[in-house]
Design a protein around this ligand. Structure first.
Ligand SMILES: Cc1cc2nc3c(=O)[nH]c(=O)nc-3n(C[C@H](O)[C@H](O)[C@H](O)COP(=O)(O)O)c2cc1C
Length: 353
């Protein structure tokens, strides 16, 4: 379907810009600035690809990362950095995975990309680049229409399934389906309880207590991930509940206006819980330089959201592969220039504040 001329991230983004006309400008900086096309869709209109309300939470992710700079350290032996990373026993090419995103066809229609094609592009494109695709959940998904789980099954279980904080019974059924296809891990996006899309389509979502999460953890033999942690208290409760990992995330600024940027809340959480639970982060991460900043602030690995939407809309599986390879190249560059041979060498010492 895609010609061999599509080779670079720019090729992919140029196609995506055409297909996403009126929805996303595919700008050089995807920063949630109020003047961006996607932000014009807020205040009661469909969220599209933007942030909620004023867009401050989306924008704060970008601004928080911008406060940190990388420290160059160059008078050393030359080397090729090793970006390899192990996630729940699976060897990945780098500590970057595709975030659980869903409902992409709801803002452009099937002519832009069908939901099934979107999920396939993410999971198979990531796999081709040695990375891992996470899949999300929205009101168009059900146990019968599990687009994400279908795609992960096609990749022989090479994926992660995140379920919205629906009724406990429904979440557990999704987890069982994920288990059946040998998914790597499952989880819930606790911040999804702020989702308008679910509530307005009669798919209720709920806040989840420690007891609720304990029930989910004991219902599956897969590692359980709690996504949407923005404070130390929730991180501690996720640990107490038996979760295997947390994702520091404000859902790309889509569930509550005026939250902090994730890079700003990461450090206190790391201080409290490093080594006790896997700590991942997402929000505004656009290249390997941003990835390295988040790792230097203490995250073990990161997720990327909006860029993966653009990559899959632009060139499907190939587009996602090209984008993930770009991420790896830029991480390598960042590691070389900050003198990090492996991920173990990354520390807060490589940052200038
Ligand atoms: C269009 C869209 C749909 C999303 N759907 C989900 C979802 O179904 N489940 C989920 O856990 N997160 C969802 N997210 C949040 C992402 O997983 C991720 O946290 C966020 O996109 C990261 O920020 P970034 O887009 O700036 O990289 C969605 C984000 C976008 C932009």
């Amino acid at each position: 379907m895609y010609t061999t001329e599509i080779k670079t991230v720019e090729d992919v983004r140029n196609i995506a810009r055409e297909k996403l006309k009126g929805i996303c400008g595919v700008y050089k900086d995807c920063d949630g600035d109020t003047r961006r096309l996607c932000q014009g869709q807020s205040y009661g209109r469909a969220l599209g690809i933007g942030g909620i309300g004023s867009g401050a939470s989306f924008n704060n992710n970008f601004l928080a990362l911008r406060k940190y700079n990388l420290k160059m350290k160059l008078v050393e032996e030359d080397f090729t950095p090793d970006t390899s990373y192990n996630f729940f026993g699976k060897d990945l090419s780098m500590p970057v995975m595709a975030a659980s995103v869903a409902g992409v066809n709801s803002f452009g229609g099937d002519s832009v990309i069908t939901e099934q094609e979107f999920c396939r592009s993410v999971v198979l494109g990531c796999k081709a680049a040695g990375s891992l695709g996470w899949r999300g959940d929205t009101y168009t998904y059900s146990l019968e229409k599990s687009y994400g789980i279908n795609a992960i099954a096609e990749a022989n279980g090479f994926g992660v399934k995140i379920v919205k904080p629906r009724e406990q019974e429904t979440i557990i059924k999704f987890f069982k389906k994920a288990e059946d296809i040998r998914c790597i891990a499952v989880g819930i996006d606790t911040d999804g309880c702020g989702s308008y899309a679910m509530n307005t389509h009669n798919k209720p979502v709920f806040k989840k207590s420690v007891e609720d999460i304990k029930e989910l953890v004991s219902a599956t033999n897969l590692p359980v991930i709690i996504k949407g942690v923005m404070c130390v208290e929730d991180a501690l409760k996720a640990k107490e509940s038996g979760a295997a990992a947390i994702v520091v995330s404000n859902h790309g600024g889509r569930v509550l206006d005026h939250t902090s940027g994730t890079a700003d809340v990461l450090q206190p959480i790391v201080k409290e819980l490093k080594g006790k639970i896997k700590i991942l982060v997402d929000g505004g991460i656009r290249n390997g330089y941003d990835v390295l900043k988040m790792l230097a602030l203490g995250a073990e690995s990161v997720l990327i959201g909006r860029d993966i939407i653009r990559a899959s809309v632009g060139a499907g599986i190939k587009g996602v592969q090209i984008h993930m390879e770009y991420m790896q190249k830029t991480i390598q560059k960042a590691m070389k220039m900050t003198n990090c041979k492996t991920l173990r060498d990354v520390s807060s010492g490589i940052l200038n504040y």
